[in-house]
Structures are given as C-alpha cells and as structure tokens.
Design a protein around this ligand. Structure first.
Ligand code: ATP
Ligand code: MG
Length: 342
C-alpha cells in the first residue's frame, strides 16, 4: 500500500574513542520500492541492512538523503509527527521482541492502546488479528509458552494491528527451523497478497529471497551494489558479493575440488550448461546430443524456481567417440550457454 523511496541516503556514526574514524553504516543508498512489492535486502553482517531499516521507520535519523514512505517524508518530520506515522509502519524482528510476562492478546493489543483505540474495539481487533495469523486459541497463553514460529506469528499480529501500509522484517525467519521458517514466509506472502502491504525484508538467506521477494537489493559495506528483479540479479550476478550469495541458493557448476572427484568417476567430456527461463530450450539440447550419437549423464546441478521462473545449471558428462563429442560440443555452443570444464 505504501511506496518507499530511499533517495541517496547515508548514515554516519561518529568513531568511538580518540581519533577513531567515523563509521559509514549506510553509504548513499537509493532504493525505490513500489507499492505492494516484496523487496529483499541481502548482505553480509555489518553491511548496513538493519541501520537502513531503522532509518526508514525513523528510529534513527539519516545523516543525508531523503526517505519517503507513501506521502510522508520521514527525513523531514519532527519526532512528534514521526510517532503518528510509525503506526503505519509495522516491524518484526529475529528475536520477536515480545513482552514475555504478558499474554499473547496483550502483546497484540499494545500498539492499539498506544494508538488510543477504545477497549471494545481493541478486543475485536485483537481477535481478528490472532485469527488471521492462526493463533485464535492462544490469546490467553503467555508468550514464553509458545514455539518460535508461534512467537513470530504474535510479532506479526502485533505489527499488523494498526493496519500499516508497510511492514519491515529484520531477519524475521533467521531464528526458526526450516519448516517453521517456510510457514512464516507463507504468512508474509499472504499478508502481501491479501492485505496489499508493501514488505521490505532483510535477510542473509538466499532461500528467503528466492522464495518470496520480487526485487532485491544487495548491500556491501554500506552501499547498494546490485539491484533489480530477483531473477535477473540471481541469474546474472555482477559482483562477487552477489555471486557468493547466489552460490548458496542456486545450482552451481562444481567447484575445482568437486570437479576432481567427478573426473575420477566420469571419464567422458564434462560440460556445464546454464538454463535461463526462456532462453534455452532443453529438448533442443538433448536432441542435439542424441542426433550426434553422443550419450549423456547428468552428474551435477539442477533446475530451480527463482521469482516464478526457472533457472538451472547442469553439469553433463558427454559419452562417445572423441570426434562425435567434439562436434556435439560445437553444435551445443551455438544453442546454449555452455562451458567446457577443462
Ligand atoms: N549505533 C551505532 N553506533 C556506531 N556504529 C554502529 C551503530 N549501529 C550500527 N553501527 C555500525 O554500522 C555498520 C552496519 O551495521 P548494521 O547493524 O546495520 O549491519 P547489518 O547489515 O544489519 O548486520 P547483521 O547482518 O549483522 O545484522 C556496522 O559496522 C556497525 O558496527
Ligand atoms: Mg542487522
């Protein structure tokens, strides 16, 4: 529901101690998040991701640049005006940040009390929110009796209480096991699809990006080094940082050690093929090989979905006499993104 414009934003912290250099936590970052988009921000520890989110909801002040959330220019608002605007920005955290000594319902009700909603309305709203996140039966439980996934659902219900147009998620699934993590991601997808809430999500897990984001920004030492549709950024990474991230979530060509092992077991010619949705026709590849009398084994890699499109990298062993293999490789090179593994 809210477009978010981060325009040339920097955040500098003064150095600690005498002569200490200042820390540039966020360095001239520009991101335009469309209304209704799920935008992921990835980067290694210390890249400036959390700092950037705190600038977006005005918990910290930018040193320079402008930030707009919907019509509100966050970077130009007084602290008292910001408080009102923050009701329109929900936030969830890795460690959930719940009140442990309070019941689930109280945790969810809290932002409604702050917003001045009358008690009867609050009760109805809390019930509705708990129902939405699948915790209707846990209203009277204490939060420390809940599993991690349930705690994050409470955090999400609380974040949604005041009907925000924007949800900020800082490593919201990093403390959860893979299955629970999937459930929470599915809930975030539903929030985006059914309520139209814009989501900016920080993560260091490529799987999370692959799973739910449509666009992604890669941060490295405070800077936004790469940005675009998830499929485009993942299938053709431009920087080393992105390449290293992508390798954790997408099929790769074998690394040198693995290649040595593969060679022990496979005596044929090894080639690596990259399939980007739409630009390589798999049947054509396999037909080309068959027509030239070359046998094929798939020895490494796979095909996966990225942003609803398929991407794959397959390492093939080509089996047959040398000349036939040579011709097949030449023919394949015309049709596909092919690398001969020397
Ligand atoms: N309040 C602060 N005072 C001084 N330096 C800070 C402060 N907050 C963050 N930093 C520094 O800014 C840089 C970015 O920190 P930030 O927490 O935004 O990184 P991050 O990408 O969220 O990392 P992580 O993945 O570990 O959460 C780091 O070098 C950090 O030490
Ligand atoms: Mg962080």
């Amino acid at each position: 529901m809210a477009r978010v414009q981060i325009l040339g934003v920097s955040k500098r912290y003064p150095g600690r101690g005498r002569d200490a250099a200042e820390v540039v936590a966020v360095d001239d970052v520009t991101i335009d998040v469309a209304s209704g988009e799920i935008h992921a921000i990835i980067g290694y520890s210390g890249a400036g991701k959390s700092t950037l989110l705190r600038l977006v909801n005005g918990l910290e002040r930018a040193s320079s640049g402008r930030i707009l959330v919907g019509d509100h220019e966050i970077t130009a608002l007084s602290e008292s005006k910001l408080r009102g605007v923050r009701a329109g920005i929900g936030m969830i955290f890795q460690q959930f940040n719940l009140f442990h000594s309070k019941k689930v319902a109280k945790n969810v009700e809290y932002p409604l009390i702050v917003a001045g909603m009358p008690p009867a309305e609050r009760k109805a709203r809390v019930a509705e929110l708990l129902d939405f996140v699948g915790l209707a039966d846990k209203a009277d439980a204490y939060t420390d009796q809940l599993s991690g996934g349930q705690k994050q659902r409470v955090g999400i219900a609380r974040a949604l209480a005041t009907n925000p147009g924007l949800l900020l998620a800082d490593e919201a699934t990093s403390a959860l096991d893979p299955e629970t993590s999937q459930e929470v991601l599915a809930l975030l997808k539903r929030i985006n699809a059914e309520l139209g809430i814009t989501i900016i999500l920080i993560t260091h897990e490529m799987e999370v990006v692959r799973e739910i984001a449509s666009r992604v920004t890669v941060m490295d030492r405070g800077r936004a080094v790469e940005q675009g549709e998830v499929f485009d950024v993942f299938s053709a990474p431009q920087t080393d940082t992105t390449r290293r991230f992508v390798a954790t979530a997408l099929p790769t060509a074998p690394d040198p050690e693995h290649l040595d092992e593969l060679r022990q077991r496979h005596r044929g010619r090894l080639v690596s093929l990259t399939f980007r949705d739409g630009d390589v026709d798999q049947p054509v590849v396999f037909r080309t090989l068959a027509e030239r009398g070359v046998g094929v084994s798939i020895v490494h890699g796979g095909i996966t979905d990225v942003g609803g499109r398929s991407f794959g990298r397959l390492t093939l062993e080509l089996i047959g006499d040398d000349l036939k293999v040579e011709h097949a490789v030449a023919a394949l090179g015309q049709e596909a993104d092919l690398e001969v593994l020397a």
